[in-house]
Design a protein around this ligand. Structure first.
Ligand code: NAD
Length: 321
């Protein structure tokens, strides 16, 4: 069995490789070749932790496995990341464990890659202004990945606590893009592409703030009850997602579905657009919204790519198991 430790991931995984792996697995999901299994997520009654796992199988690549982990709110005080995850890959022919791979950085890279894939396939080609809502751990990864997809000229950002936007501003400047902290009204009025990446449980961006032609990647809502945008905005938009079952239950679409403003049949898997089975954006004025809920197959796809690189570069640790 091979082990790829967390500290080695940064040298083994690029944004380009993450994009390619995630785009490919979204396409396989839509073609019926890859399937996510039901997600387990439980409060364990210890250390205030939420623990769970996401798993699946891709028949095309034979990637089989799971990402195990969760949220330990006391970790920061111990010098550790609050979100902890580890990816396990199994041999699809024998069930033997092939590899254990650090999943913390990979989670950020695969989540940012999902937003980037949505921008590549759904945003207007002439998009110039990128808006980011949120300034937590994931936000800079989102900015870096999405900025590569269009010829953006500047970035506008909003966070509940604006002083936390400093790291995002530095990321933008490192990319050669001017950055401005703005109000939500300004962000909606100026942005061609918006990424929301917060832990909010109430809508932040409202329908009236969004102009025609915007692409919105809603990446923060991955649990029942969370919400980043107005349900009326979701109902107004052409809605795309990674997986419909998650979108309607734990994703951004859950609220528009619950209120009856949107029905499940109106949601399209992004894989259908990648495969050419759906045209994606239909007009320059259409609002497109990607509900990125985060699926186990994304984790397996990037982990398998890392494992290949680790084997090639001799960076994996082999153990008898
Ligand atoms: P973080 O804790 O580092 O940052 C949280 C961000 O949310 C901050 O910007 C904070 O200001 C903002 N926020 C929290 N409550 C808010 C509220 N009520 N109103 C407005 N803003 C609020 O978290 P992170 O690691 O950056 O993750 C952000 C979100 O993305 C989390 O909800 C996480 O579960 C989710 N996530 C989703 C995926 C996916 O695949 N879709 C993957 C990883 C993380």
């Amino acid at each position: 069995m091979l082990i790829v430790p967390e500290r080695k991931i940064a040298d083994l995984m690029s944004r380009e490789a993450a994009f390619e792996a995630v785009e490919k697995v979204f396409a396989a999901m839509s073609a019926g070749e890859a399937r996510n299994f039901p997600v387990i997520r439980e409060a364990i009654g210890h250390a205030d932790a939420l623990y769970g796992f996401k798993s699946g199988f891709d028949r095309e690549t034979l990637n089989l496995g799971l990402k195990s982990g969760g949220y330990w709110p006391g970790n920061a005080a111990k010098g550790l990341t609050n979100h902890q995850s580890t990816i396990f890959l199994f041999d699809a022919d024998t069930g033997k464990c092939r590899a254990v791979i650090g999943g913390n950085l990979l989670t950020a890279l695969r989540t940012a890659a999902a937003a980037a894939v949505s921008v590549a396939h759904l945003a207007r080609e002439d998009a110039k202004v990128l808006g980011i809502v949120g300034a937590g751990h994931q936000a800079s990864f989102q900015l870096q990945a999405v900025a590569e997809q269009r010829d953006f000229e500047r970035v506008v950002g909003w966070n509940r606590t604006p002083e936390k936007l400093e790291a995002l501003e530095k990321t933008a400047r490192d990319l050669g893009l001017p950055f401005q902290s703005v109000s939500l009204d300004e962000l909606g009025a100026q942005s061609d592409v918006i990424v929301t990446i917060t832990s909010s449980f109430a809508p932040i961006l409202m329908n009236a703030q969004i102009r025609p032609g915007t692409h919105i990647a809603c990446m923060g809502t991955d649990t029942k009850g969370k919400q980043e945008v107005d349900a009326a905005l979701v109902a107004r938009a052409a809605v795309f997602t990674d997986e419909i079952a998650q979108s309607v239950s734990i994703g951004e679409a859950q609220h528009a579905i619950a209120s009856g403003a949107l029905s499940e049949v109106e949601i399209t898997e992004i894989g259908a657009v990648i495969n050419g089975d759906h045209p994606g954006r239909r007009t320059p004025d259409e609002i497109t919204l990607f509900d990125g809920t985060g699926v186990g197959l994304q984790d397996l796809a990037v982990a398998a790519a890392v494992l290949d690189q680790a084997i090639q570069k001799g960076a994996a640790v082999e153990v008898e198991f």
